[in-house]
Design a protein around this ligand. Structure first.
Ligand code: UGA
Length: 442
């Protein structure tokens, strides 16, 4: 009914769930966020946000205050009121790299066992093609156990948020992809996304397997661009070309475009590495081999070691006892996330070679402590990190690293060596100041 206020539930208050729930609440929808983790829910009720995401905290507090955003540990208790349940629970990789659907199917069974009226069950977690079918079967099975025949639909609505930019991505997306198999589901999803239509984007409706596939294809394509550019950058170094110019040269072809063509020290994060692996796996299970993606993975593994190799060259293999300043620990700026972060690979190699590491990151220091303890020295700021260092390595291109006072850095360091893993500095300027400077692909 068009006159009724929309009520939705989001299961899983991780990164995707919390951003999704909060942004929908912002449009006036009544949102209940559900999580089995009681501490997390208790904290959220007190306004304590479990993740670092620019703008999220304000938005959560505002919507809680307005009475549109609620937190609970009980999915059962909110099923009576909601039209749509989004499932945004985790799908951690199995030992063999395929997504573990345990939580996704658990949510489906809870819904099947407790729903009392028509419900649209939307999967937002990144799940392999065919998962919606399993969700549907699980709900149906639970309904049959109860001897009920309540109508329901499943849908797939993959998420394309970038960490650090999630609110903007959600509020003004390039597109929203929705896989449905009934008119009723399509109508509900159209209504829910209507407030966003004002900013000129499309909801692309398609069948469910295509929507599931779109998510993996998008991330795999982006990962492919990065590995391709890393390959080109490495070759540029060998033939005396400058990858910055090559990027500009090819990016101006509108068929190629300028975005996601930045070489660096490898892609990390919770998505690209996992999704590339999962798609390779899905192909295998279907008797097909994703040759390109296998190469994308290999190149990325190699690229995570590239800064270390450059360091070895600078010091002719003699790294024992050297002090290395490390700027950036998070897998990218704007987040404290260190999953699959290139910095972790670098630190491991540096420690193995007998280096002392002085690390600084604007957001990820606590996360780093959790992961690798005190195996590195955590500096007070970027200048403290450079103190007595034989080399400084930029790993994550945080804005505050962009314009250092090089005079101060040079005085602080033992040897003026800078390795720029993201090509953000002016090499000529640094060399004029007496620094040894290396970057990627030039
Ligand atoms: C990525 C996608 O960009 C999102 O669209 C998607 O929703 C998300 O995964 C997901 O599946 O949930 P995210 O992992 O947050 O988002 O981060 P990105 O900004 O895409 O960066 C990924 C990695 O690629 C970073 O390590 C970054 O440093 C690296 N990168 C990115 C490059 O090395 N070069 C580039 O040109 C761009």
């Amino acid at each position: 009914n068009e006159l009724n206020k929309m009520n939705i539930a989001i299961v899983g208050t991780g990164y995707v769930g919390l951003v999704t729930g909060t942004c929908f609440a912002e449009t006036g929808v009544d949102v209940t966020c559900v999580d089995v983790n009681a501490d997390k829910i208790a904290n959220l009720q007190k306004g304590i946000i479990p993740i670092y995401e620019p703008g999220l905290e304000d938005m959560v507090l505002r919507n809680v205050k307005a009475g549109r955003l609620h937190f609970t540990t009980s999915l059962e208790s909110c099923l009576d009121n909601v039209d749509i349940v989004f499932s945004a629970v985790g799908t951690p990789p199995d030992e063999d790299g395929s997504a573990d659907l345990r939580y996704v199917l658990e949510v489906a069974r809870t819904i099947g066992a407790n729903m009392k009226k028509y419900t649209l069950v939307v999967t937002k977690s990144t799940v392999p093609v065919g998962t919606a079918r399993k969700v549907k079967a699980a709900i149906r099975e639970e309904l049959e156990k109860r001897g009920e025949s309540i109508d329901f639909d499943v849908a797939s609505n993959p998420e394309f948020l970038k960490e650090g930019n999630a609110i903007d991505d959600f509020m003004s997306p390039d597109r929203v992809v929705v896989g449905v198999e009934s008119e009723r589901a399509k109508k509900l999803m159209t209504k829910l996304y209507k407030p966003f239509m004002l900013v000129n984007f499309r909801v692309i409706f398609m069948d469910i397997p295509s929507a599931e596939m779109t998510k993996y294809a998008a991330n795999s394509m982006l990962a492919t661009r990065i590995s391709f550019m890393n390959d080109i950058a490495n070759l540029c170094e060998l033939v005396g070309a400058d990858v910055n110019m090559v990027r500009d040269g090819i990016g101006s072809d509108s068929r190629i475009g300028r975005k996601f063509l930045y070489p660096g020290c490898g892609y990390g994060g919770s998505c690209f590495p996992k999704d590339v692996k999962a798609l390779i796996k899905t192909a295998e299970q279907n008797g097909y081999s994703m040759q390109v993606l296998k190469a994308v993975e290999d190149v990325n593994e190699n690229q995570k070691g590239i800064l270390f190799e450059k360091l070895v060259k600078v010091f002719n293999g003699d790294l024992k006892g050297k002090t290395v300043a490390l700027w950036g620990l998070a897998f990218k700026p704007g987040t404290d996330d260190m999953r699959e972060a290139p910095a972790l690979v670098l630190i491991e190699k540096l420690k193995q070679s007998g280096c002392n590491v002085r690390a600084y990151d604007p957001a990820a220091m606590d996360e780093s402590r959790r992961r690798i303890g005190e195996s590195v020295y955590y500096a007070h700021d970027m200048y403290d990190a450079a103190l007595d260092a034989d080399a400084l390595i930029l790993v994550t291109e945080w804005k505050e690293f962009r314009l250092p006072t090089w005079g101060v850095i040079k005085k602080a360091m033992k040897q003026p060596v800078v390795l720029d893993g993201r090509n953000i500095y002016d090499g000529d300027e640094l060399q004029e100041m007496g620094f040894v400077y290396h970057c990627i692909g030039r």
